[in-house]
Design a protein around this ligand. Structure first.
Ligand SMILES: [Zn+2]
Length: 411
């Protein structure tokens, strides 16, 4: 078996590992276990003797320390095995464009699908690189099979390089990240790591130390149902009430109208009949105050709409989803500092970023494992236009090696 980061990547993407939010099982889809088994085999083959797949679908493995120092923190490298339910991940046919010379990339399986430079400006930094795409009929799965390939490749290099000194490094591959259940059954005690890194970001050089803070809101409306023939002056149709609420949501506070550090209120589901209707929403912001402000604004809208429906009532339920990991990472500044330095030593200019979403790392950070996100090199996640270059994956491998060295050196 060949073992460059690209070889590994191409082996992993053809395995369908799409997760399924509707499935109650763990992992949500059994097909994720197929990749888990392959990863364990490959880790055993490169000499990691404790690599195994547990009953919940997690892969654990240890690169033993080879440093004379006994105070080097144990770091964990984490990536997820599943791909997003948003787009098909079955029968992925990766295309390798060697020595890319610029220009738009038309995907061979569906000529309507074009990766345009105007929409993917990162392509401008890829001249001469080898770019991998899908054929346009599926997603590629660089999110996050690039991360898996980079970690396994870095592990092999570390194992074969006794001169590179490092502490113990734990590997954790998770299922079901895309459906927000990626760390639900992760055993942090067994993992025994002090700090972690997910390899699940995009552009080369980026280290992300912020995620959204996230709540969900459920608005349950009870109207006044009555036969339409006798409805005059009495009916209060819950469907109309729900519609009025959605209509009043601020249009400048939507995912499609916000960016950077702005948060949003986003309806994700609506269902109902005359008697009862419900609206599901997600609220996102980088600060807790921002979340509260948006939730107050939302409930004010509901209350105001309900004024026209005196016989009706509503229930407004807020559920916490996850919190901005910066709250935790700021208390452990060396975790991000070391990652920034590793990027620099791997020959890039580090860029600190924030994620308009969550990662396994944001959950892990609050479970006691501070865990920023390092680039894995992929772009246009969750879409048939997803792409990654071999060279950027190579840079991620270099970054991991430098990171291992830095933790040892600074212990
Ligand atoms: Zn991901």
């Amino acid at each position: 078996m060949t073992d460059t980061v690209t070889d590994r990547f191409l082996r992993y993407v053809v395995i369908d590992t799409q997760s399924d939010a509707k499935s109650p099982s763990q992992p949500s889809t059994a097909k994720q276990l197929t990749l888990g088994r392959i990863l364990v085999e490959e880790l055993l083959e490169i000499g990691i003797t404790d690599a195994h797949l547990d009953e919940h679908g997690y892969v654990y493995a240890t690169i033993p320390a080879n440093s004379g120092k006994n105070n080097v923190p144990v770091i964990c490298l984490c990536a997820h095995m599943d791909t997003a339910p948003d787009f098909s991940g079955s029968n992925v046919k990766p295309q390798l464009i060697r020595n890319y010379q610029g220009g738009d990339i038309t995907l061979p399986g569906d000529k309507q699908r074009v990766i345009r430079v105007s929409e993917h400006p990162e392509l401008k930094n890829q001249h001469g690189n080898d770019i991998i795409t899908s054929d346009g009929t599926t997603l590629l799965g660089a999110d996050d099979k690039a991360g898996l390939a980079e970690i396994v490749t870095a592990a092999q290099i570390l194992l074969n390089s006794p001169d590179i000194k490092h502490g113990a490094i734990r590997i954790l591959f998770t299922p079901d990240e895309e459906i927000a259940r990626g760390v639900e059954k992760a055993d942090l005690k067994k993992l025994g790591a002090d700090f972690g890194y997910t390899l699940d970001g995009e552009t080369a050089g980026t280290v992300e130390d912020e995620t959204f803070s996230a709540d969900s809101v459920e608005i349950a409306i009870t109207g006044v149902a009555i036969h339409p023939g006798f409805a005059f002056g009495r009916m209060e149709n819950a469907i109309r009430i729900a519609g009025a609420i959605v209509d009043r949501l601020p249009k400048d506070m939507a995912p499609e109208s916000t960016q950077g550090k702005q948060g949003f209120i986003h309806p994700t589901g609506i269902s109902g009949a005359m008697e009862k209707a419900s609206i599901s929403l997600i609220i996102r912001d980088f600060t807790d105050e921002g979340l509260t402000t948006k939730e107050t604004l939302l409930e004010d809208i509901v209350r105001d709409v309900m004024k026209s429906y005196p016989g009706s009532s509503y229930r407004f339920t807020v559920t916490q989803q996850y919190r901005n990991m910066k709250n935790v990472l700021d208390q452990n500044p060396q975790v991000v500092d070391n990652a920034m330095e590793a990027v620099r030593r791997a020959g890039m200019t580090p860029v600190r970023g924030s994620i308009r979403g969550g990662t396994d790392g944001s959950r892990l950070s609050f479970m006691g494992l501070p865990c920023p996100n390092i680039f894995a090199g992929g772009h246009a996640f969750h879409s048939p236009l997803e792409w990654v270059s071999s060279q950027d994956m190579g840079k991620a491998v270099d970054t991991i090696i430098e990171l291992a060295k830095i933790w040892e050196e600074r212990a």
